[in-house]
Ligand binder design. Structure first.
Ligand SMILES: [Zn+2]
Length: 58
């Protein structure tokens, strides 16, 4: 049985996810969590860019 690298659970199937540019093989529930965390990180990054008035863009 494959083991999830995130929570250490044994699962039937591992899902490959990309977290902060790194590929990880995790179980389905961890993949979902990772996807949500990634979406939140993208949103907060967009907010920071808006606050800076996009001046940081090159
Ligand atoms: Zn897991």
């Amino acid at each position: 049985m494959p083991v999830c690298k995130q929570c250490g659970d044994e699962v039937d199937e591992l899902v490959a996810v990309e977290v902060a540019g790194k590929k990880k093989k995790v179980c389905e529930s961890c993949a979902e969590e990772a996807a949500q965390a990634e979406a939140v990180a993208e949103q907060s990054e967009a907010v920071v860019q808006q606050m800076m008035g996009f001046r940081g863009r090159r």
